[in-house]
Ligand binder design. Structure first.
Ligand SMILES: [Zn+2]
Length: 413
């Protein structure tokens, strides 16, 4: 059988799983999610100028897509006031809503799925015409200090959260802070609480974007395998966003997966304009040689990057990449299937299993210890739940002069 025939044969039972695509943010930026205005020409079923559309995805034999719900960090990336109110939860929920709307508008090709098994089943049912869609949130800044938001994102269908984006947050330190010369504080104690809660509810822990120490700290405490949703190899391209050898060894022990990012800056040491599909192959092969076929996957970052490497420009090009990897490694059918997507589905399922095993563990109630709780002055006059309950927390009361509510300052009877 030729390599083309072998590839098509594997595709019958193996979805190509991509762990990171930012197309929803492009729709936020360019369309404000308005797909049906009189002058809107949006049709996901046609060839768009973006790196992602249904024509390209189906040509690329895609079976499962984790769409990224990414909202940027606050204005000051390096010294944020974590207590400053933000609109980030609204903005993230809009991303989630948009991706679900997209699935409802194109039901012949997109299925919104909730479990690893469902993702695989819907792919099989579709016979190459259906892509299972799920979600990742790109940074714990998007939960705005609150583990309640982590839990509710899971309820809404989010299946991984990246611990940071390009900014530190109360949970963890970002790679970009280290690149900017800050000290690596790693995972905080509140971050440890968060990992426990993510493990408990079955949310995959994504270590892309975090600092080296954060990676090491998380790998010490997580009970479930981790994912790097879009990161490449540090040894080949010395960028803080990439994964160092010591971490690769720990990912092997942990049972996790590194899904290789195609961003030219992350896969080509110098002169990223010249990056090609061969550079992506080198990163994949490096991981395979170092820690084996069980720990490598795909994390394109399409539509979050200005352009892909030559030969790997958009979502239609996965088959070219898989075949090149196959050719240079001489992999078995089973190995290539793991790389194409079965590894990521395994990590997803393992996280569900850990969650099931923890079903009798207590929910993590803790709040960030530096969180400011601000209430209107009249809150002080409410009846106490139990003696001392009002005094035992460090609340901040503000008397808002613009509030003409008659209850302001006194409880009305
Ligand atoms: Zn990213």
């Amino acid at each position: 059988m030729s390599l083309d025939e072998r590839f098509l044969s594997v595709c019958k039972t193996t979805p190509i799983v991509d762990c990171h695509n930012d197309f929803p943010y492009a729709c936020r930026l360019q369309l404000h999610y308005e797909l049906h205005q009189p002058d809107t020409k949006f049709d996901f079923n046609s060839v768009l100028n973006s790196q992602t559309d249904l024509v390209k995805m189906l040509k690329g034999h895609m079976g499962v897509q984790f769409f990224s719900c990414w909202i940027e960090c606050k204005d000051d990336y390096l010294s944020q006031d974590f207590n400053k109110p933000t609109t980030v939860v609204r903005d993230t929920v809009e991303q989630i809503d948009f991706i679900k709307r997209l699935c409802r508008e194109y039901p012949e090709h997109l299925s919104f799925v909730h479990t690893a098994d469902e993702a695989y089943e819907k792919f099989l049912e579709g016979k190459g015409e259906k892509i299972s869609i799920t979600l990742g949130v790109e940074g714990l800044h998007q939960v705005d200090l609150s583990l309640a938001v982590v839990r509710q994102y899971y309820e809404l269908g989010v299946r991984y959260i990246t611990l940071t984006h390009n900014c530190d947050n109360p949970f963890a330190t970002a790679a970009s802070s280290i690149a900017a010369g800050k000290e690596d504080a790693g995972l905080s104690s509140y971050g440890v609480d968060c990992i426990r809660e993510m493990n408990r509810i079955g949310m995959i822990v994504d270590l892309s974007h975090v600092s080296h120490k954060t990676m090491l700290d998380v790998l010490k405490v997580t009970k479930a395998p981790v994912l790097f949703s879009h990161s490449s190899v540090y040894q080949l391209t010395n960028h803080e966003r990439n994964v160092r050898d010591d971490v690769l060894e720990l990912v092997k022990k942990n049972g996790g997966v590194v899904s290789v990012n195609f961003f030219p800056v992350f896969i080509r040491q110098h002169g990223n304009e010249d990056a090609t599909i061969e550079d992506a192959v080198d990163h994949i092969k490096y991981i395979v040689d170092k820690i084996g076929w069980d720990h490598v996957g795909l994390g394109s970052d399409f539509d979050g990057i200005p352009h892909g490497p030559k030969g790997l420009e958009d979502t239609s090009k996965y088959p070219d990449l898989v075949k090149k990897v196959w050719k240079v490694t001489g992999a078995t059918e089973q190995d290539i299937a793991k790389f194409m997507g079965m590894n990521v589905l395994r990590v997803w399922k393992d996280c569900e299993t850990v969650s099931h095993q923890m079903k009798n563990s207590e929910l993590v109630e803790s709040n960030w210890d530096k969180r400011e709780w601000v209430f209107p002055g009249y809150g002080r006059s409410f009846p106490e739940i139990y003696p001392g309950s009002l005094q035992s927390h460090d609340n901040i009361y503000k008397d808002d002069k613009l509030d003409h509510n008659p209850r302001n300052g006194k409880v009305s009877k």
